[in-house]
Design a protein around this ligand. Structure first.
Ligand code: TEU
Ligand code: CA
Length: 586
């Protein structure tokens, strides 16, 4: 009943390669453990290279594996040139790259350039006021009129992203250093050319080692606006919680263009993606338009802020309204339609599981909703990023006790909220819905007690549903979430519409249906998805004529198409195509 393009169908791929790619994000600590210490590692990734090839990943993005005290699970780097022993050695890294390259899979490294670990040799040296590294970080004296170290003496009233002041007092030199994240993540001073040159040289060494691209952590924080001044204080914390104080500083484009040029993004044909805190479609365009010579694409988070109180913190839960989600995504599609490029994602290592968050993880809806989230995302215009386990429909962790959590962001929030006297059930519900640990439970490879992740004790608990959700069973089951993603990736690879077709949102105000077209006229694709647990009826008048066509892909078998209407079953999604480059239904 479904018609995929024939195997031999070939399309002219767009250049550069990463516009056609599907990227698979690996959180190494939670992917596969090869030596039984309960922590995933590089040899574990190498062991799973065939699985990644089977899914159809074109590239993997590895969250940081560099030497690190692991305060923020590797986003606190103490040596950019080596591998943390937890994950293996440089030889293990080379073996992993070779195994992935042998299967046509490229390797994207995470680069954390805004800050280092406080245990990095640069920062250690920088603690000494006389050191030539002093200026590599942002040191400031106490606020005027305050005793250094006294309450309120921080140079500005900024909050760190992880809660508490963004300044830490260093008694030895009597000054404070800036850390926009944890106190073990001091911010580098990008105004200093020696800092920039050192980072460029380091990235070139990784390119020489064979890596194919970089994901840049919080890249729009690297240029600060000087002088550093107070912002409006939040009445509860007394700190300025407004990130716009530290975003998109005046030299941001200059710094990124310098990286592009000096690291050689184009010459080395690199995939580059910047994580942009609170990016707008306009800033995304500014930093990704070809002629601006900055980045390939950026991660924006507009669609990740819709299930929280507007203007509030991510912990302030609010119901998601589908029209707002559709409009948020469509806005980005439109803004980057003629130049610039989009990223497409529902998950990463900082976000809850999409099936629990946007879909419905109850047994009767989990598979269908996970598939439909996949259909909806994978056929928009841009480069899709799948996060490990998303292709299995893995769920949130289901933790109920604070002892089960590991992530510093969630633990800090818990301490702070408890200190403020917020009721425990309320705090625990926020953590269960939004905590970053939801995405960090071990990858579920099989139905055994540790899900085939380790022979030891996993570093973090698991949801306990590996009997129903695991790679071994899903690879074998043609109707699994895994095989739906595999089909989507395969279809995408052979469809020029999926790559290039112009995006248009249909039925923007419909509270249950997510529908859009790609392309127009004689060459077009229609994606129509029911994002609800009810059956919904869509009149044929409101849909393009191509619903006559035989569907290309779907989640529920033959569509329920009547004379006047298409009936969509709960979480059903269907893809129709006419006149795609492979010309089947024309
Ligand atoms: O995340 C940046 C970032 O904005 C998050 O800290 C965000 O505030 C939070 O996850 C929302 O819940 C990047 C990395 O992806 C994250 O894992 C790191 O902790 C952070 O930078 C610091 O390096
Ligand atoms: Ca291990």
């Amino acid at each position: 009943m479904f018609r995929m393009p024939p195997r031999e169908a070939t399309i002219v791929p767009m250049s550069p390669w990463w516009k056609n790619a599907v990227v698979y994000q690996i959180y190494p600590r939670s992917f596969a453990d090869s030596n039984g210490d309960g922590i995933g590692d590089l040899a574990g990734i190498t062991d799973k290279a065939d699985y990644l090839a089977q899914l159809g990943a074109d590239a993997v993005w590895l969250s940081p594996v560099y030497t690190s005290p692991q305060d923020d699970n590797g986003y606190d780097i103490s040596d950019y040139d080596d591998i943390d022993p937890l994950f293996g050695t440089l030889a293990d890294f080379d073996a992993m790259v070779a195994a992935l390259h042998a299967r046509g899979i490229k390797v994207i490294m995470d680069q954390v350039l805004n800050h280092t670990s406080d245990e990095h040799a640069w920062f250690q040296a920088s603690r000494d006021k006389a050191s030539d590294k002093r200026d590599w970080y942002l040191w400031r004296p106490a606020r005027e009129g305050f005793e250094p170290g006294a309450p309120g003496a921080e140079p500005t009233n900024w909050s760190s992203f992880f809660g508490g002041p963004a300044w830490e007092y260093d008694p030895t030199s009597g000054e404070y250093y800036l850390h926009l994240f944890s106190r073990k993540q001091p911010d580098l001073n990008w105004e200093n050319p020696a800092v920039r040159a050192e980072l460029v040289a380091m990235m070139r060494r990784w390119i020489d080692r064979g890596v194919d691209g970089f994901r840049f952590d919080v890249l729009n924080l690297i240029s600060k606006t000087y002088p550093l001044v107070d912002g409006v204080a939040d009445p509860v914390t007394g700190l300025c919680m407004d990130p716009t104080m530290v975003l998109e500083g005046p030299r941001l484009s200059e710094f990124i263009q310098e990286l592009n040029r000096e690291v050689g993004f184009d010459e080395s044909d690199l995939l580059t993606v910047g994580e942009f805190v609170m990016a707008t479609p306009e800033t995304a365009w500014k930093h990704t338009a070809d002629s601006h010579k900055e980045l390939g694409m950026v991660f924006g988070f507009d669609h990740m802020f819709l299930d929280q109180r507007e203007g509030g913190m991510k912990w302030e839960l609010a119901p998601l309204e589908l029209p707002r989600l559709k409009q948020a995504l469509a806005k980005w599609q439109d803004a980057l339609a003629s130049s610039g490029w989009n990223t497409l994602f529902w998950e990463n290592h900082d976000q809850p599981r999409s099936v629990s968050r946007f879909g419905d993880d109850r047994p009767e809806f989990r598979v269908a909703s996970a598939k439909t989230l996949g259909t909806t995302m994978m056929l928009m215009r841009g480069t899709p990023y799948l996060y490990q386990g998303q292709e299995l429909g893995m769920t949130n962790a289901g933790f109920t006790e604070i002892e089960q959590y590991r992530d510093l962001e969630g633990l800090n929030m818990h301490t702070m909220a408890t200190g403020l006297g917020l009721p425990q059930p309320f705090v625990m519900a926020a953590l269960a819905a939004k905590g970053r640990d939801n995405a960090r439970t071990p990858m579920q490879w099989d139905a055994t007690p540790t899900a085939g992740f380790t022979t030891g004790t996993p570093w973090i608990g698991m949801p306990g549903n590996q009997a129903e959700i695991n790679a071994l069973d899903e690879v074998a089951d043609p109707d699994s979430v895994f095989n739906h993603y595999r089909q989507l990736i395969d279809f995408r690879r052979r469809s020029s519409l999926a790559h290039e077709g112009h995006f248009a949102l249909l039925l923007p105000d419909d509270p249950a249906v997510f529908a859009y077209t790609r392309g127009d006229g004689g060459q077009a694709m229609l994606v129509i998805a029911n994002w609800s647990t009810d059956e919904v009826t869509v009149s044929r008048d409101s849909l393009p004529a191509m619903v006559h066509a035989r569907p290309t892909l779907g989640t529920h078998g033959d569509p329920l198409l009547g004379a006047d209407a298409l009936v969509l079953r709960p979480w059903e999604s269907i893809v129709y195509c006419i006149g795609d480059a492979w010309r089947l239904d024309s």
